[in-house]
Ligand binder design. Sequence first.
Ligand code: AHR
Length: 326
Amino acid sequence: MTMISRRTFMLAATAAGALAVAGVAIAQVPKLEQKDTYKVGFAQTESNNPWRIAQTNSMKAEAEKLGYQLVYTDAAGSAAKQVADVNSMIAQGVDVIFLAPREEKPLIPAVMAAKKAGIPVILLDRSVDPSLAKAGEDYLTFIGSNFVEEGRRIAEWLVKNANGKSKIIELEGTTGSSPANDRKKGFDEAIQAAGGFEIVASQTGDFARDKGRQVAEALLQAHPDADIIYAHNDEMAMGAIAALEAAGKVPGKDVLVLSIDGGKEAVQAVVDGKIAAVVECNPRFGPKAFETMLRYAKGETIEPMIINDDKFYDASNAAAELADAY
Ligand code: AHR
């Protein structure tokens, strides 16, 4: 370090120290050292569906390929447990934390605790409330799909292919999660802009198959004329198909079912004519997540959002794409 740069560094360090003492937040993501190997945390939300399992497998496979130690936790659907999981990773001295935040607000303390402990956080697939934590300041970046776009794409397909059907039941994802908020926003805005449709009911099924089935059952009883079901994920779409069949209705004929995720079971349901269309939400995060971490360690500037490419499945391509679906 030259005299000038040492002086500059000392002044900067003193200023940062004074700000920290004064309780003013420092707008900087902690640095990541370049090393031969890393101890990496991955705080998963839950493992109750094929999408989560595919995401976890992709992260584990990439960590293993690179020879890194992965500290993996499963919050089992509890935001409080996920905060505790992140705190435990901090205590174990991980170098970086990959976090798939269950809900937008409750995970803010975890992001801030990691920042305070000098550990960079990379958000995977779900985001946190942007008014409370920011990419490039509180966490490094968000890697995942554009959920608003996913909702918009399925709505645009519906507008072109509804064939006179118009009354929609919407099965929302976990309340307070970014995919539930954004998939609703993208879909509802596009449907309203198109005109001629009515969302007769919109209720959470918590991204879960059985809850989706129960909610679909109750909403189909309350709205027997509903002829479209839009589910925010495959699990709830499969639950809705079970509810339709139990009610003596034929999915794909009496009621169009639309979904997001694109797991193998749902793509097979498109081939079978039970689901009309699915927007993929790509769960294969491993390569991009670790590549981003290493680019950061090298000193590269990281974009605040890194968006995954998602496919689209309907009757025109589902059979050909089935083998590649996760
Ligand atoms: O955050 C992505 C969503 O979370 C997937 O659509 C869903 O299946 C998962 O639980």
